[in-house]
Design a protein. Structure first.
Length: 144
């Protein structure tokens, strides 16, 4: 298990706030959880986390009013990443894009990325890059 701390400068806040758990391998959950209850969106989020975890350890998340799944380099944020299987539903779309817009107020210099399995067929707010998860995991984030 990997623990992902909240992306805060304060050591106290990082210690007090809950940590997200990311298993080394989502397949280890199969014996414990029946197949219909395994969330493909969580598996995709874990894949993106593990992609970054193999490269570096300075990772965090934001989770107050809104949630950001992954903050790359919380001390000097480089990327704010939300991961979703699909944003075709308006509730999911609103939640994911609103989270990235909210986080931009806290970390304005960080690139805002929404990595998705299925690309949306609607316009996204300015400043948010929507990238296919497969492309993101391959490191091809320059071409959105």
């Amino acid at each position: 298990m990997f623990l992902l701390a909240v992306a805060e400068r304060s050591i106290r806040k990082r210690a007090i706030n809950p940590k997200k758990l990311h298993g080394v391998d989502w397949a280890l959950g199969y014996p414990l959880v029946p197949e219909p209850f395994i969330d493909a969106g969580h598996k995709l989020e874990r894949a993106v986390y593990l992609h970054w975890r193999r490269q570096r350890e300075d990772l965090g998340y934001l989770g107050e009013d809104r949630e950001i799944d992954l903050v790359v380099n919380p001390e000097r944020p480089e990327q704010l990443v939300n991961v979703a299987l699909s944003v075709s539903g308006s509730e999911t779309y609103d939640r994911e894009t609103a989270g990235l817009q909210w986080a931009a107020g806290r970390m304005p210099r960080a690139r805002r990325i929404l990595a998705v399995q299925e690309l949306p067929d609607r316009e996204v707010p300015e400043g948010i890059d929507v990238i296919g998860a497969w492309r993101y995991l391959l490191g091809d984030i320059g071409n959105t």
